[in-house]
Write a protein that binds this ligand. Sequence first.
Ligand SMILES: CC(C)(COP(=O)(O)OP(=O)(O)OC[C@H]1O[C@@H](n2cnc3c(N)ncnc32)[C@H](O)[C@@H]1OP(=O)(O)O)[C@@H](O)C(=O)NCCC(=O)NCCS
Length: 135
Amino acid sequence: MIEALGSADATAAVALWEEADLNRPWNDAGSDFRRALESPSSTVLGIRDGGRLVGTAMVGWDGHRGWVYYLAVAGSHRGRGLGRELMAAAEHWLKEVGAPKIQFMVRTENDAVLSFYDHLGYIPQYCVVLGRRLD
Ligand SMILES: CC(C)(COP(=O)(O)OP(=O)(O)OC[C@H]1O[C@@H](n2cnc3c(N)ncnc32)[C@H](O)[C@@H]1OP(=O)(O)O)[C@@H](O)C(=O)NCCC(=O)NCCS
C-alpha cells in the first residue's frame, strides 16, 4: 500500500535514493526530503515491504504544474510493478490538489529510464531546463 512518508523515514529514503543513484553532491537529499514534508503542496509517497521502505516518489504542486522527483524502487524489488504504482499514486495525489498536468525531469545521463516512462505513456516535452542555485 502506498502511503505518505513521515520524518522518521528520512534515513531510509535517502539510502534508497543513494542505491538508485539519484543523489548528487550539490543536493542535500535529507533536506530535500524534509522540505517536501514541511510544505503543504508536496509530499513523499512510499511503499514498504515487511516494514522496509522499497519505493518512493516525491510529488509537488507549484500552482501550475505537478512535478515528480526521486522516483526510486529498490533494486531487489524492480520489475514487479512498483514504479508504475508509485507514478499512478503521484498522478492521483496531483489530481486531488487540482493539477492539470504531471511532468518531471530526467537527467540526460539516465536516458535508459525513458523506456520505463514510455511504457507508462509519458511523452517527451522537448524543453531545455535552465536554472541557478539560490542557496
Ligand atoms: C525506474 C524505476 C523506478 C522503475 O521501477 P520498477 O518498479 O522496476 O518498474 P515497473 O516494474 O513498475 O515497470 C513498469 C513497466 O515499465 C517497464 N520497465 C521497467 N523498467 C524498464 C526499463 N529500464 N526499460 C524498459 N521498460 C522498463 C516494465 O517492463 C513495466 O512494463 P509493463 O507494466 O508494461 O509490463 C526503477 O528502475 C528505478 O528505481 N530506477 C533507478 C532510479 C531512477 O532512474 N528513477 C527515475 C529518475 S527520472
